[in-house]
Design a protein around this ligand. Structure first.
Ligand code: ADP
Ligand code: MG
Length: 265
């Protein structure tokens, strides 16, 4: 299950990765490589540890077992080249759209002139031109997430980590953002780990879908998504899309009984 990264060098290598919070073993025994231009979708029921795993990949949280390396370097703290888009946007309410996007670059130590050039470029890319001076409360959820996306993209990351990025926006906005993200990714393909609990989204985005299952969670199945890129709305109508969707559904349903015991958060 480790060798389907399309012959590219792996950019992320997880080896025996496990995490526990005191008595709670969240996940264990995760062995997986993610390729340089690969999108790995991670799916699993709520509470299975998707956010925790993403934070471990980012170096925000320490593993309890095993290791995660990015470009050969062990992740023990957040670092340059790795960016995260959060489920609840993660914007500063007291900063404008422009300032929120600029913040990531400032943290990355980007010179002022470079910041002034890059911020409008990425605000444009995500379709927020004209809203530079707005505060988060003045724009919709979808626009807030566009802002979060612009902030992550502006540092031109080699690894993009996304935690249910469209989970908090309405269904139509979600579809629009999915296709925009696909379009943006095509322009500059990079390593992406995309966490979701939507089967359609996992299949639409991923080159592979990793299904987490069990308590503690383990890799239950890795499903290769052999749909052509670029992907767009027409992808959703492909018989192959429907077949893959069923496959992921089946893998998740193996775990359906456990959903009854889902830990309330
Ligand atoms: N900081 C924490 N301390 C203790 N338990 C936590 C903490 N964060 C998450 N958990 C628990 O770990 C499990 C996995 O959580 P999480 O990674 O948020 O799952 P997911 O993102 O898949 O919904 C849940 O049971 C949750 O209650
Ligand atoms: Mg989560």
């Amino acid at each position: 299950m480790n060798d389907t990264t399309g012959g590219e060098r792996p950019r992320i290598v997880m080896t025996g990765a496990g995490k526990r919070y005191d008595a709670l073993q969240v996940f264990c025994d995760i062995d997986l490589d993610v390729g340089e231009r690969e999108v790995l979708a991670i799916i699993g029921p709520s509470g299975c540890g998707k956010t925790t795993l993403l934070r471990c990949i980012d170096g925000l949280l320490a593993l309890s077992a095993g290791e995660i390396r990015i470009e050969g370097e062990r992740m023990v703290a957040p670092r340059e080249g790795v960016a995260m888009v959060f489920q609840h946007f993660g914007l500063f309410p007291w900063k404008t759209v422009f300032q929120n996007v600029a913040y990531g670059l400032k943290l990355a130590g980007c010179p002022k002139a470079e910041i002034s050039a890059r911020v409008p470029k990425y605000i444009n890319l995500v379709g927020l031109a004209g809203f530079e001076g707005y505060y988060p409360y003045q724009i919709s959820g979808g626009m807030q997430q566009r802002c979060g996306l612009a902030r992550a993209l502006s540092v031109e990351p080699r690894v993009l980590l996304m935690d249910e990025p469209f989970g908090a926006v309405d269904a139509q906005t979600r579809e629009i953002l999915q296709f925009e993200l696909l379009r943006i990714w095509e322009m500059r393909p990079t390593t992406m780990v995309f966490v979701t609990h939507s089967i359609d989204e996992a299949v639409l985005m991923g080159d592979r879908v990793m299904v987490l299952q069990g308590r503690p969670s383990r890799v239950h199945e890795i499903i290769a998504v052999d749909l052509p890129r670029p992907r767009d709305r027409a992808t959703l109508a492909m018989p192959r899309f429907a077949a893959l969707r069923e496959r992921v559904w089946g893998a998740l349903m193996d775990d359906a009984r456990r959903a009854e015991f889902e830990v309330k958060r």
